[in-house]
Ligand binder design. Structure first.
Ligand code: SAH
Length: 228
């Protein structure tokens, strides 16, 4: 009897010490479910990716709160609910090649990497680009390729893509990105002239026809035009 309790006690202690963020992470997943996220694959991917590794030291203790957090250079890592919602809308399949615009911390790319074949992700701020490259490499996300540059051009080298995700908001979804979407592909991204009036859009290419759907109001950092 004693040895059974001792075993449970010590294995719980070991579990807690080897997974110090497990409880917070599970609470985050519970919140996502409460807010209506249903896709098991998305929830599963988000329960595997260590968000605290993508958050700067000063904000680590908030890693699993449902809130965006600063990552430097005036940019933010998106709120977990938005990451989950956008990923669910993107309906990623295991064979998919995905383009993300706005790598930021690399967190969204890491979540996508568990659901798709390859992720190409573009970041315009050189320091964030190098930092996210390093984080993703250290954590072993080997199917994520970070490209430093301007997302307005998309990534012609690997186009067309099965899925495209924008995590910064242009005034209007750039035509070039829609052109780089495969037939039967899906693009999800925010757009809007003013930060207070942005919406998330889902654009589907079905039999070469474009079908656009307005989803929910959102607030993203603007997608910036590079200074020439
Ligand atoms: N997906 C990120 C959060 C993105 S924040 C994450 O999971 O952490 C939006 C990012 O888009 C910022 O890092 C910003 O620098 C980048 N960005 C803004 N304009 C861009 C552009 N034209 N091309 C590529 N990246 C851009």
């Amino acid at each position: 009897m004693y040895s059974k309790f001792a075993f449970i006690f010590f294995s719980s202690i070991t579990f807690l010490f080897s997974n110090p963020w497990e409880k917070e992470k599970q609470q985050m997943i519970d919140t996502l479910i409460q807010y209506g996220i249903q896709d098991k694959n998305v929830l599963d991917a988000m329960s595997k990716v260590p968000r605290h590794e993508f958050v700067p030291k000063a904000y680590k203790s908030y890693s699993y709160e449902d809130t965006p957090l600063p990552i430097g250079f005036g940019q933010t890592i998106s709120q977990p609910y938005i990451v989950a919602y956008m990923t669910e809308q993107l309906d990623v399949k295991k064979k998919d090649v995905v383009l993300e615009i706005g790598t930021g911390s690399g967190y969204q790319a890491a979540v996508l990497s568990l659901l798709a074949k390859e992720i190409y992700t573009i970041e315009i701020v050189p320091e964030l680009c190098e930092r996210s490259k390093k984080t993703l490499k250290q954590l072993g996300y080997n199917n994520v390729f970070v490209i430093c540059g301007d997302g307005y051009k998309g990534y012609p080298d690997k186009a067309p893509f099965d899925r495209i995700l924008l995590t910064a908001a242009p005034e209007k979804i750039p035509e070039i990105l829609i052109q780089q979407l495969k037939d039967n592909g899906i693009l999800v991204g925010p757009a809007g002239k003013i930060q207070e009036l942005q919406y998330l859009y889902k654009i589907q290419k079905i039999n070469h026809k474009i079908i656009e759907k307005k989803l929910i109001p959102v607030r993203f950092v603007p997608m910036v035009k590079p200074s020439k």
